[in-house]
Design a protein around this ligand. Structure first.
Ligand code: URA
Length: 263
């Protein structure tokens, strides 16, 4: 191996480490041919059809010998979230779309270490297009503040993105239609810890029928990500006892501490 290629490898390693640190987990790569390659022997390839990649480059039709340059485009969590939102579109996949004002996709830091998952938008959220902005949202903000974070530090999403009528629990078919988008959001952000708020979010993510009272406070796992189930802030408002407040406080402290553990 030459000194040049050693140095090239070291520089590439350093660059990849840097991208990892800033949250990039995917690279889309297109080969750019040597200028000496004849136009007649080239055919266009689309390395990636995503608009965020924008890498349509000609490469030689035969062999790889003329390829001298690689054009790599870093795709970070924010790009991936934008793509998930674009895929969701003006969704009509389930009956909830009929009564909605706005889709409530999710909000927060795409690089968040901590992610909260609720069940579905209420009246205020439906009007504003943002999760947890009503009474339960104020309580969630207090809970986030109590562990020394701001709303903008975390990411907040729901199992269903449109408001169920009269704030009922989402139906099985609605969860089936919408939850793939939540899973894509989780895959994009890859938080260190997820806190599920209440029974529907916990059931959906963990695919369990065990009740929230049993699961709350007990570490679970979703695709390798630690999950802390806790009470929904709306429940906390209804049952505002010292004991419930202490339980949720313990859960959030444990969740925050886990985000700070060295991976
Ligand atoms: N309850 C939820 O589960 N999600 C919201 O966005 C608001 C209230």
């Amino acid at each position: 191996m030459t000194q040049d290629s050693d140095a090239g490898r070291a520089a590439l390693g350093e660059w990849l480490r840097y991208l990892g640190e800033i949250g990039v987990r995917e690279l889309r790569i297109a080969a750019i041919p040597d200028k000496s390659a004849s136009r007649a022997t080239m055919e266009p390839v689309t390395a990636n059809p995503s608009p965020s990649a924008a890498v349509e480059q000609p490469v030689p039709a035969t062999g790889r010998s003329n390829v001298t340059l690689v054009n790599a485009i870093a795709v970070g969590p924010a790009d991936r979230l934008r793509q998930v939102r674009a895929d969701l579109g003006e969704c009509t996949r389930c009956k909830l779309h009929r009564g909605r004002s706005k889709i409530v996709f999710g909000v927060g830091n795409p690089l968040a270490h901590l992610m909260f998952v609720g069940e579905g938008p209420g009246a205020e959220e439906d009007l504003r297009g943002e999760p947890f902005v009503g009474r339960a949202g104020k309580k969630l903000d207090d809970m986030i503040g109590a562990i020394g974070l701001k709303r903008a530090d975390v990411y907040i999403a729901n199992v269903v993105k449109c408001r169920p009528p009269n704030n009922r629990d989402p139906d099985v078919d609605e969860i089936a239609a919408c939850s793939p988008f939540l899973l894509e959001q989780i895959a994009a952000i890859r938080p260190r810890v997820i806190v599920t708020l209440g029974a529907p979010a916990t059931r959906t993510l963990l695919q369990t029928s065990i009740g929230i009272t049993k699961l709350r406070g007990v570490w679970q796992s979703f695709r390798g990500i630690p999950v802390m189930p806790t009470f929904h802030p709306a429940y906390l408002l209804r049952a505002y006892t010292k004991e419930n407040r202490a339980l949720v406080w313990d859960d959030l402290k444990a969740a925050k501490a886990r985000t700070e553990e060295v991976p």
